[in-house]
Design a protein around this ligand. Structure first.
Ligand SMILES: [Zn+2]
Length: 61
C-alpha cells in the first residue's frame, strides 16, 4: 500500500469512527488532495451507517 492509499484508508476509518481530530491531522500531514480525504471520510460514515464491520486494526483485533 503506498502512502496515498494509506492516507485515504486512514481517512475512511476516521470517518467511520467520527474521529475529527485524526482526520484534521491527516489533512495537515498527508500530501493528498483534501477532496480525496473528504470523499474517503464520507465513505467511512456511510459504511458505519450501513452496519458494515470496521476493518481498522483497533476494531479487527
Ligand atoms: Zn475501527
Amino acid at each position: 500500500m503506498n502512502k496515498r492509499d494509506l492516507a485515504i484508508s486512514i481517512a475512511r476509518v476516521a470517518g467511520y469512527h467520527d474521529d475529527k481530530a485524526r482526520f484534521t491531522r491527516l489533512v495537515v500531514e498527508a500530501r493528498v488532495a483534501r477532496k480525496h480525504l473528504d470523499d474517503a471520510w464520507r465513505i467511512g460514515v456511510q459504511q458505519k451507517r450501513n452496519g458494515m464491520p470496521c476493518t481498522c486494526a483497533r476494531c479487527a483485533a
